[in-house]
Design a protein around this ligand. Structure first.
Ligand SMILES: C[S@@+](CC[C@H](N)C(=O)[O-])C[C@H]1O[C@@H](n2cnc3c(N)ncnc32)[C@H](O)[C@@H]1O
Length: 297
Protein backbone atom coordinates (compact mmCIF):
# COMPACT_ATOMS: atom_id res chain seq x y z
CA UNK A 1 0.00 0.00 0.00
CA UNK A 2 1.45 3.38 -0.94
CA UNK A 3 1.30 6.62 1.02
CA UNK A 4 -1.56 7.99 -1.10
CA UNK A 5 -3.76 5.01 -0.31
CA UNK A 6 -2.84 5.12 3.34
CA UNK A 7 -3.69 8.76 3.63
CA UNK A 8 -7.31 8.06 2.77
CA UNK A 9 -7.44 6.98 6.41
CA UNK A 10 -5.99 9.86 8.35
CA UNK A 11 -5.94 7.86 11.58
CA UNK A 12 -3.44 5.40 10.04
CA UNK A 13 -0.80 7.72 8.67
CA UNK A 14 2.56 6.15 7.79
CA UNK A 15 5.10 6.39 10.55
CA UNK A 16 7.24 9.03 8.78
CA UNK A 17 6.98 11.28 11.85
CA UNK A 18 7.10 14.69 10.11
CA UNK A 19 8.31 17.21 12.66
CA UNK A 20 6.27 20.26 13.68
CA UNK A 21 7.34 23.50 11.99
CA UNK A 22 9.60 25.77 14.02
CA UNK A 23 7.48 28.95 13.90
CA UNK A 24 10.52 31.10 14.65
CA UNK A 25 11.69 30.31 11.09
CA UNK A 26 8.56 31.90 9.55
CA UNK A 27 8.56 35.71 9.08
CA UNK A 28 6.03 37.22 11.49
CA UNK A 29 4.02 39.73 9.47
CA UNK A 30 0.87 40.15 11.54
CA UNK A 31 0.30 42.68 14.33
CA UNK A 32 -1.64 40.07 16.25
CA UNK A 33 -0.65 37.31 18.60
CA UNK A 34 -3.56 35.24 17.49
CA UNK A 35 -5.11 32.31 19.37
CA UNK A 36 -5.27 29.49 16.83
CA UNK A 37 -2.95 31.48 14.54
CA UNK A 38 -1.60 29.59 11.54
CA UNK A 39 2.05 30.64 11.41
CA UNK A 40 2.96 26.96 11.69
CA UNK A 41 0.91 26.29 8.55
CA UNK A 42 2.88 28.74 6.36
CA UNK A 43 5.32 26.13 4.90
CA UNK A 44 2.39 23.86 3.93
CA UNK A 45 0.56 26.84 2.43
CA UNK A 46 3.62 27.70 0.31
CA UNK A 47 3.86 24.08 -0.82
CA UNK A 48 0.18 24.18 -1.86
CA UNK A 49 0.75 27.38 -3.83
CA UNK A 50 3.69 25.80 -5.68
CA UNK A 51 1.33 23.04 -6.81
CA UNK A 52 -1.23 25.40 -8.35
CA UNK A 53 -1.24 24.91 -12.14
CA UNK A 54 -1.81 28.63 -12.77
CA UNK A 55 -1.16 31.55 -10.47
CA UNK A 56 -4.47 32.22 -8.68
CA UNK A 57 -5.97 35.68 -9.22
CA UNK A 58 -7.11 36.07 -5.65
CA UNK A 59 -6.78 34.36 -2.26
CA UNK A 60 -9.87 34.39 -0.04
CA UNK A 61 -9.32 34.10 3.73
CA UNK A 62 -12.85 34.15 5.14
CA UNK A 63 -11.90 33.58 8.81
CA UNK A 64 -9.02 36.05 8.80
CA UNK A 65 -8.12 36.47 12.49
CA UNK A 66 -4.44 37.49 12.52
CA UNK A 67 -4.33 36.91 8.76
CA UNK A 68 -0.85 35.38 8.54
CA UNK A 69 -1.71 33.30 5.46
CA UNK A 70 -3.02 36.29 3.46
CA UNK A 71 -0.05 38.41 4.48
CA UNK A 72 2.42 35.69 3.53
CA UNK A 73 0.70 35.28 0.16
CA UNK A 74 1.10 39.01 -0.56
CA UNK A 75 4.64 39.46 0.80
CA UNK A 76 5.80 36.33 -1.07
CA UNK A 77 4.00 37.64 -4.20
CA UNK A 78 2.06 34.41 -4.53
CA UNK A 79 -1.12 36.37 -5.41
CA UNK A 80 -1.86 39.96 -6.44
CA UNK A 81 -4.94 40.35 -4.28
CA UNK A 82 -6.47 38.92 -1.10
CA UNK A 83 -9.98 39.12 0.29
CA UNK A 84 -10.05 38.83 4.08
CA UNK A 85 -13.20 38.58 6.19
CA UNK A 86 -13.63 38.70 9.95
CA UNK A 87 -16.75 39.06 12.11
CA UNK A 88 -15.09 40.28 15.32
CA UNK A 89 -15.54 44.09 15.28
CA UNK A 90 -12.31 44.73 17.24
CA UNK A 91 -10.19 42.57 14.94
CA UNK A 92 -11.99 43.98 11.90
CA UNK A 93 -11.09 47.54 13.00
CA UNK A 94 -7.38 46.71 12.77
CA UNK A 95 -7.65 45.37 9.22
CA UNK A 96 -9.95 48.20 8.19
CA UNK A 97 -7.57 50.83 9.57
CA UNK A 98 -4.64 49.29 7.67
CA UNK A 99 -6.66 49.16 4.44
CA UNK A 100 -7.80 52.78 5.03
CA UNK A 101 -4.18 53.96 5.09
CA UNK A 102 -3.92 54.44 8.86
CA UNK A 103 -0.80 52.28 9.40
CA UNK A 104 1.48 55.27 9.98
CA UNK A 105 -0.95 56.85 12.45
CA UNK A 106 -1.11 53.52 14.32
CA UNK A 107 2.68 53.15 14.32
CA UNK A 108 3.12 56.65 15.80
CA UNK A 109 0.45 55.99 18.41
CA UNK A 110 2.16 52.73 19.43
CA UNK A 111 5.64 54.28 19.53
CA UNK A 112 4.46 57.11 21.80
CA UNK A 113 2.34 55.08 24.18
CA UNK A 114 3.80 54.86 27.71
CA UNK A 115 2.58 51.45 28.78
CA UNK A 116 1.55 50.79 32.36
CA UNK A 117 -1.38 48.79 33.65
CA UNK A 118 -3.19 52.07 34.42
CA UNK A 119 -2.53 53.61 30.99
CA UNK A 120 -3.75 50.41 29.29
CA UNK A 121 -6.96 50.32 31.34
CA UNK A 122 -7.51 54.01 30.65
CA UNK A 123 -6.92 53.58 26.89
CA UNK A 124 -9.03 50.46 26.37
CA UNK A 125 -12.02 51.64 28.38
CA UNK A 126 -12.44 54.87 26.37
CA UNK A 127 -15.17 54.96 23.77
CA UNK A 128 -13.33 54.91 20.43
CA UNK A 129 -14.24 57.86 18.22
CA UNK A 130 -12.93 56.34 14.98
CA UNK A 131 -11.93 53.07 13.34
CA UNK A 132 -8.24 53.79 13.88
CA UNK A 133 -8.77 54.45 17.60
CA UNK A 134 -10.65 51.17 17.89
CA UNK A 135 -7.80 49.48 16.01
CA UNK A 136 -5.28 50.90 18.49
CA UNK A 137 -7.36 49.65 21.43
CA UNK A 138 -7.50 46.18 19.84
CA UNK A 139 -3.73 46.03 19.35
CA UNK A 140 -3.22 47.15 22.94
CA UNK A 141 -5.65 44.51 24.26
CA UNK A 142 -4.21 41.80 22.04
CA UNK A 143 -0.70 42.53 23.32
CA UNK A 144 -1.55 42.84 27.01
CA UNK A 145 -4.28 40.27 27.57
CA UNK A 146 -3.33 36.72 28.43
CA UNK A 147 -2.85 34.62 25.27
CA UNK A 148 -3.90 37.55 23.06
CA UNK A 149 -7.47 36.47 23.76
CA UNK A 150 -10.01 39.21 22.95
CA UNK A 151 -13.07 37.18 24.00
CA UNK A 152 -14.82 38.14 27.24
CA UNK A 153 -13.19 36.94 30.44
CA UNK A 154 -9.52 37.26 29.40
CA UNK A 155 -7.22 38.78 32.05
CA UNK A 156 -3.99 40.76 31.68
CA UNK A 157 -0.65 39.00 31.32
CA UNK A 158 0.70 38.67 34.86
CA UNK A 159 4.35 37.65 34.97
CA UNK A 160 5.12 37.21 31.26
CA UNK A 161 8.57 37.18 29.65
CA UNK A 162 11.53 38.20 31.85
CA UNK A 163 9.14 39.37 34.55
CA UNK A 164 8.04 42.28 32.31
CA UNK A 165 4.43 41.48 33.16
CA UNK A 166 1.82 43.39 31.20
CA UNK A 167 4.49 44.79 28.85
CA UNK A 168 6.06 41.44 28.01
CA UNK A 169 4.45 41.28 24.56
CA UNK A 170 4.52 45.00 23.82
CA UNK A 171 7.27 45.58 21.22
CA UNK A 172 6.61 49.10 19.86
CA UNK A 173 9.51 49.12 17.35
CA UNK A 174 8.62 45.70 15.96
CA UNK A 175 4.95 46.62 15.64
CA UNK A 176 5.79 49.95 13.99
CA UNK A 177 8.08 48.16 11.49
CA UNK A 178 5.36 45.64 10.69
CA UNK A 179 2.90 48.50 10.18
CA UNK A 180 5.34 50.13 7.75
CA UNK A 181 5.45 46.88 5.75
CA UNK A 182 1.67 46.46 5.93
CA UNK A 183 1.19 49.96 4.49
CA UNK A 184 2.94 48.76 1.32
CA UNK A 185 0.64 45.80 0.67
CA UNK A 186 -2.56 47.44 2.05
CA UNK A 187 -3.84 48.40 -1.45
CA UNK A 188 -3.88 44.70 -2.32
CA UNK A 189 -6.20 43.81 0.58
CA UNK A 190 -9.97 43.79 0.19
CA UNK A 191 -11.16 43.56 3.79
CA UNK A 192 -14.76 42.74 4.66
CA UNK A 193 -16.33 42.95 8.11
CA UNK A 194 -18.73 40.21 7.13
CA UNK A 195 -19.75 36.63 7.69
CA UNK A 196 -17.30 34.15 6.19
CA UNK A 197 -20.07 32.16 4.55
CA UNK A 198 -21.28 35.25 2.62
CA UNK A 199 -17.79 35.90 1.36
CA UNK A 200 -17.26 32.27 0.32
CA UNK A 201 -20.59 32.37 -1.55
CA UNK A 202 -19.59 35.59 -3.33
CA UNK A 203 -16.52 33.91 -4.87
CA UNK A 204 -17.81 30.37 -5.27
CA UNK A 205 -18.03 30.46 -9.06
CA UNK A 206 -14.59 32.03 -9.61
CA UNK A 207 -12.20 29.40 -10.92
CA UNK A 208 -9.15 31.57 -10.33
CA UNK A 209 -9.99 32.19 -6.65
CA UNK A 210 -8.43 29.98 -3.99
CA UNK A 211 -9.63 29.73 -0.41
CA UNK A 212 -7.78 29.26 2.87
CA UNK A 213 -10.47 28.39 5.41
CA UNK A 214 -9.62 28.30 9.12
CA UNK A 215 -12.89 28.28 11.07
CA UNK A 216 -13.22 28.47 14.86
CA UNK A 217 -13.21 25.00 16.34
CA UNK A 218 -16.55 24.22 17.86
CA UNK A 219 -17.46 21.19 15.78
CA UNK A 220 -17.42 17.76 17.41
CA UNK A 221 -18.24 19.21 20.83
CA UNK A 222 -14.85 20.99 21.09
CA UNK A 223 -15.05 24.00 23.36
CA UNK A 224 -11.73 25.73 22.54
CA UNK A 225 -13.31 28.06 19.98
CA UNK A 226 -15.83 29.28 22.54
CA UNK A 227 -13.13 30.39 24.99
CA UNK A 228 -10.90 31.99 22.36
CA UNK A 229 -13.22 33.91 20.05
CA UNK A 230 -16.26 36.16 20.38
CA UNK A 231 -17.74 34.59 17.26
CA UNK A 232 -17.63 30.85 17.15
CA UNK A 233 -21.12 29.60 16.31
CA UNK A 234 -20.85 28.24 12.84
CA UNK A 235 -22.92 25.90 10.70
CA UNK A 236 -20.07 23.52 9.86
CA UNK A 237 -22.29 21.41 7.64
CA UNK A 238 -23.16 24.52 5.58
CA UNK A 239 -19.47 25.40 5.34
CA UNK A 240 -18.63 21.95 3.96
CA UNK A 241 -21.56 22.13 1.53
CA UNK A 242 -20.35 25.52 0.27
CA UNK A 243 -16.81 24.20 -0.14
CA UNK A 244 -18.11 21.26 -2.19
CA UNK A 245 -19.56 23.76 -4.67
CA UNK A 246 -16.41 25.90 -5.04
CA UNK A 247 -15.02 26.18 -8.57
CA UNK A 248 -11.64 27.19 -7.19
CA UNK A 249 -9.28 25.16 -5.01
CA UNK A 250 -9.48 25.33 -1.22
CA UNK A 251 -7.70 24.19 1.93
CA UNK A 252 -9.37 23.92 5.32
CA UNK A 253 -7.66 23.43 8.65
CA UNK A 254 -9.68 21.88 11.44
CA UNK A 255 -9.50 20.09 14.72
CA UNK A 256 -8.99 16.38 14.24
CA UNK A 257 -12.49 15.58 15.53
CA UNK A 258 -14.51 12.60 14.34
CA UNK A 259 -17.45 14.83 13.38
CA UNK A 260 -15.17 16.87 11.12
CA UNK A 261 -13.72 13.72 9.52
CA UNK A 262 -17.30 12.55 8.91
CA UNK A 263 -18.16 15.83 7.14
CA UNK A 264 -15.02 15.50 5.01
CA UNK A 265 -15.76 11.87 4.14
CA UNK A 266 -19.39 12.61 3.24
CA UNK A 267 -18.22 15.28 0.76
CA UNK A 268 -15.45 13.05 -0.66
CA UNK A 269 -12.76 15.50 0.43
CA UNK A 270 -9.16 14.42 0.98
CA UNK A 271 -7.73 14.71 4.50
CA UNK A 272 -4.25 14.63 6.00
CA UNK A 273 -2.93 15.09 9.51
CA UNK A 274 -0.18 17.58 10.12
CA UNK A 275 1.85 18.01 13.32
CA UNK A 276 2.04 21.35 15.13
CA UNK A 277 3.06 22.64 18.56
CA UNK A 278 0.25 24.16 20.58
CA UNK A 279 0.76 27.14 22.92
CA UNK A 280 1.82 24.74 25.67
CA UNK A 281 4.51 23.27 23.35
CA UNK A 282 2.73 19.93 23.18
CA UNK A 283 2.75 18.26 19.76
CA UNK A 284 -0.76 18.04 18.32
CA UNK A 285 -2.05 16.95 14.97
CA UNK A 286 -4.43 19.13 12.99
CA UNK A 287 -6.60 18.05 10.12
CA UNK A 288 -6.05 19.50 6.65
CA UNK A 289 -8.96 19.10 4.24
CA UNK A 290 -9.00 19.78 0.50
CA UNK A 291 -10.10 18.60 -2.92
CA UNK A 292 -6.89 16.72 -3.67
CA UNK A 293 -4.01 16.61 -1.22
CA UNK A 294 -1.67 14.22 -3.06
CA UNK A 295 0.90 17.07 -3.16
CA UNK A 296 1.27 16.69 0.63
CA UNK A 297 2.58 13.11 0.44
C1 LIG B 1 -9.16 29.94 13.94
S1 LIG B 1 -9.35 31.67 13.91
C2 LIG B 1 -8.45 32.17 12.49
C3 LIG B 1 -6.99 32.33 12.78
C4 LIG B 1 -6.20 32.82 11.57
N1 LIG B 1 -6.13 31.81 10.53
C5 LIG B 1 -4.80 33.23 11.99
O1 LIG B 1 -3.81 32.65 11.50
O2 LIG B 1 -4.69 34.14 12.79
C6 LIG B 1 -11.02 31.87 13.40
C7 LIG B 1 -11.45 33.33 13.22
O3 LIG B 1 -12.75 33.34 12.60
C8 LIG B 1 -13.51 34.41 13.15
N2 LIG B 1 -14.91 34.06 12.89
C9 LIG B 1 -15.73 33.22 13.57
N3 LIG B 1 -16.89 33.08 12.95
C10 LIG B 1 -16.84 33.84 11.82
C11 LIG B 1 -17.73 34.07 10.74
N4 LIG B 1 -18.93 33.49 10.68
N5 LIG B 1 -17.33 34.89 9.74
C12 LIG B 1 -16.11 35.49 9.77
N6 LIG B 1 -15.21 35.29 10.77
C13 LIG B 1 -15.58 34.48 11.78
C14 LIG B 1 -13.12 34.44 14.62
O4 LIG B 1 -13.38 35.70 15.18
C15 LIG B 1 -11.60 34.12 14.50
O5 LIG B 1 -10.88 35.31 14.36
Amino acid sequence: MNATQLSLFPEIIPDKKPRPVNVASVPQRSLFRYPGGKTWFVPTFRQWMRHQRVKPAVLIEPFAGGGIISLTALFDRLVERVVMAELDADVAAVWQAIVDGQSHWLAEKILHFALTKESVIDAITKRPGSVREKAFQTILKNRTLHGGILAAGAGFIKSGENGRGIGSRWYPMTLARRLGDLAIIAPQIDFRHDDALNVIRAFSTEESAIFFIDPPYTAGGKKAGRRLYKHCDLDHNELFTLCAALKGDFLMTYDNASEVRDYARSHNFATRLIPMHNTHHATMRELVIGKDLAWMD
